[in-house]
Design a protein around this ligand. Structure first.
Ligand SMILES: [Zn+2]
Length: 312
């Protein structure tokens, strides 16, 4: 039984996950990063103890998925915009002081990819990419069943590869990266930019509203959907050309309306992946849903320390 922790900018979740990826007990708490790293750490420890009590089982390991740059080997939190005051804090050492068990930390998108690969739509896929499309775009790459890491264990930021260098500026410093063109907020921003002053459509629609209205036939919303599918498809086409994976699984809020995008996105892949066997790459929807983050955090532990070495 693994104690799993998902650390996001606004919320921390903790739970107990069994060896099949089932979540036995789950607790949530606001992150409150302004109260500092030590405060966050002691809350995580308290949540894990409570989850262990509620599931009626001791914890044999702790897996953590953490937003932003985090060193997977030392457990040190890097510079994360959403976690001011946590930079330099050591999650592994901090939790090892409280629990005498091995602790594994991964970037949250990598953890989600590991969870989806083990227990979700990536099950049995040797080369697998998980992409989440919501307020941002992130993901993890599994090659030969093993999480791909870059230099010094760094996490590749697939959401920030450049699709259109003439596109809008992203906070990362690049212009027109995938996230800036195909995330939910990018869709809403484009929609707003197209409204005429006399247009009756409310300016504050988010991606979900736009999708709902597109289903009802709203012309501008249909254009926003078409544009989203195009940029989603371009980013996916790049992943297919670069990695030719067995499968790519798509998750995140925007993919709740996947039926609006996938056919066109597949068309973009067909058009742009002429040199690789793109038709063999399955385009799937992620299947763990709200369990992804905690299941992924637990899987990050077994990927690092578990008995199943066939995939690691
Ligand atoms: Zn960017």
């Amino acid at each position: 039984m693994i104690g799993a922790v998902d650390i996001g900018g606004t919320k921390i979740a903790a739970g107990i996950v069994d060896e099949e990826g089932r979540i036995l007990c789950r607790l949530d708490s606001p992150t409150e990063p302004e109260r500092g790293f030590e405060h966050g750490l002691s809350r995580i420890a308290a949540m894990l103890r409570e989850a262990s009590r509620c599931a009626g089982t001791p914890i044999s390991g702790i897996g953590i998925g953490c937003t932003g740059p985090v060193d997977p080997f030392t457990g040190i939190v890097g510079k994360v915009d959403f976690l001011p005051g946590w930079e330099g804090g050591n999650l592994v050492d901090g939790l090892r002081r409280e629990f005498p068990v091995p602790v594994a930390v991964e970037n949250d998108a990598d953890a989600a990819a590991l969870g989806e690969a083990a227990w979700g739509s990536g099950r049995g896929k040797r080369h697998f990419i998980y992409v989440t499309i919501s307020t941002g775009i992130g993901g993890g790459i599994i090659l030969d069943g093993k999480l791909y890491r870059g230099v010094d264990g760094s996490h590749p930021e697939i959401g920030h590869h450049v699709i259109d260098s003439a596109g809008p500026l992203c906070f990362c410093g690049a212009h027109g990266c995938w996230e800036r063109l195909a995330s939910g907020p990018a869709m809403a921003e484009w929609f707003r930019s197209q409204l005429r002053p006399d247009d009756p459509s409310p300016a504050a629609l988010d991606a979900r509203d736009i999708c709902d209205r597109a289903v009802r036939g709203d012309e501008l919303c249909l254009k926003a959907v078409e544009r989203e599918a195009f940029y989603l498809g371009l980013g996916l086409a790049n992943l297919v050309t670069l990695f030719t994976p067995d499968a790519i699984a798509l998750g995140g809020g925007v993919m709740k309306s996947a039926h609006l995008f996938l056919e066109s996105a597949r068309g973009v892949i067909r058009q742009n992946c002429g040199l690789v066997p793109f038709e063999k790459t399955e385009l799937l929807l992620a299947s763990l849903g709200p369990d992804t983050a905690l299941a992924g955090a637990a899987r990050a532990w077994s990927h690092r320390f578990g008995q199943d070495k066939s995939w690691s």
